[in-house]
Design a protein. Structure first.
Length: 187
């Protein structure tokens, strides 16, 4: 992801303590404007720096609903991540994403770990996602071999990760009867 294709959306401009659903709905309109203005391969970073309290209702309206639209395909291949100064700040968001059967990457600035998942994602999917981050780019066949699972099982994991916009899928060729894809992280 090139820096010029990344836009940061500061949640703190709506206040240090953001909480109501109606506030979140108003903020979502602005977030979706920024998301729409990004190039098709752009990434939106929802930054929680400067926010003391992020209520679940606000997080649901602003982030969960926006992510739902994103994964539905309305915004092409754009991706969205959240950046948080603490794990506690994203607890309400994680609950709301789980209720919607969604997950997203959370960038952790103060810790040594680069990312974690907020929302709902099964352990096998997280394992596969970690491998993709470790390798940079890979194929389903290579991942299946590393994981020691059948190619169909690996393909199902990858399909879910692509649907959630946690990884990107690039067509690299065709080999009868299937199209060949390479998978890469969104960061």
């Amino acid at each position: 992801m090139e820096p010029m294709n990344r836009e940061v959306f500061q949640v703190s401009r709506f206040g240090r303590r953001v909480g109501t659903r109606s506030e979140g709905e108003a903020a979502r309109a602005k977030l979706l404007e920024v998301l729409q203005a990004l190039p098709d391969d752009g990434q939106l970073v929802v930054d929680l720096e400067g926010v003391e309290v992020l209520a679940g209702s606000f997080a649901d309206e602003l982030i969960s609903k926006s992510l739902g639209l994103l994964v539905s395909g309305v915004y092409g291949d754009r991706t969205m991540v959240v950046s948080s100064p603490s794990e506690e700040l994203t607890e309400g968001l994680s609950d709301k994403l789980t209720q919607r059967n969604l997950a997203m990457l959370c960038l952790q600035r103060p810790t040594g770990r680069k990312w974690r998942i907020v929302g709902q994602l099964a352990d096998p999917h997280i394992e596969t996602l970690q491998l993709i981050f470790d390798r940079g780019e890979t194929t389903a066949k290579a991942l299946a071999e590393i994981l020691g699972i059948p190619p169909n099982a690996c393909h199902q994991r990858l399909k879910r990760l692509v649907e959630l916009r946690l990884i990107l899928q690039d067509r690299v060729g065709a080999s009868a009867p299937k199209t060949l894809y390479q998978f890469r992280p969104i960061l």
